[in-house]
Design a protein around this ligand. Structure first.
Ligand code: PGA
Length: 253
């Protein structure tokens, strides 16, 4: 049985004061919730402060990105060692916004995934097709190539610490989520591919999250699909109420 995982990706939002206020609210509203793993990915600038506030709660932290080297002359970058130092258990890698605005290729994703896992940080690897690719019926092809290249060279022990997030680009920040059964088909395909790439035992243990316009009004329905193990939530994670409702819908499954 895979434990549901809900990650709130705050993206480039919230000052330290705003982050602190939001996490304090979440600490209260999520306190009584059990059976769901809850992770927040604030901007780098808020990680230090949040790691102190969440002490004693069940909320965990993720970074939204990392560089692949542990240290050195890489101006402006943050290494896996540094996010471990900040108390991050997870890191999001290969989000479509990074692929689009920073031209992150599958090769770069692969380097980052390997460096995260080497440093015992759990990698959340994002994959997903554009609207044009979906319309041209290339969804599975795109996902397959992103996964094959992004996960190349991982050992079985490393792969166990992996989470995959299926995020169709056309659903991110658009208010237009994938239909639950439409997402489930892609999730099932991803699991089959993971079985091929690694083995069945590993594949059946890896959580596959859905991301793209998840909100309280659609989360329960999405969560009821067999292959959807949780969510990567953007916009709706910026409000304590909506994020709490989404988490609650995951623990009621
Ligand atoms: P959204 O973003 O929930 O605002 O669509 C999801 C994501 O980018 O992870």
């Amino acid at each position: 049985m895979r434990k549901p995982l809900i990650i709130g990706n705050w993206k480039m939002n919230n000052s330290i004061a705003e982050s602190s206020l939001l996490i304090e609210k979440l600490k209260k509203s999520l306190k009584a919730i059990a059976g769901v793993e809850i992770v927040i990915a604030p901007p780098f600038t808020s990680l230090f402060c949040l790691s102190a506030i969440i002490k004693g709660s069940d909320i965990k932290l993720a970074a939204q990105n990392i560089f692949w080297e542990d240290r050195g002359a890489y101006t402006g970058e943050v290494s896996p060692l540094m996010i471990v130092d900040l108390g991050c258990e997870y890191v999001i890698i290969g989000h479509s916004e990074r692929r689009e605005y920073f031209k992150e290729s599958d090769e770069i994703v692969n380097k980052k995934v390997r460096s995260a896992l080497r440093n015992k940080v759990k990698a959340v690897v994002c994959v997903g097709e554009s609207i044009q690719e979906r319309e041209e019926d290339k969804t599975m092809q795109v996902i397959e190539s992103q996964l094959r290249r992004g996960l190349e060279g991982l050992t079985l022990n490393e792969v166990k610490e992996l989470t995959i997030a299926y995020e169709p680009i056309w659903a991110i920040g658009t208010g237009r989520n994938a239909a639950p059964e439409q997402a489930n088909i892609v999730h099932r395909y991803i699991r089959r591919l993971l079985t091929q790439l690694f083995n069945e035992e590993i594949a059946s243990g890896i959580r596959i999250l859905y991301g793209g316009s998840v909100k309280p009004s659609n989360s329960a329905e999405l969560m009821s699909e067999k292959e959807i193990d949780g969510f990567l939530v953007g916009g709706a994670s910026l409000e304590a109420d909506s994020f709490t409702q989404i988490v609650m819908s995951a623990c009621m499954v």
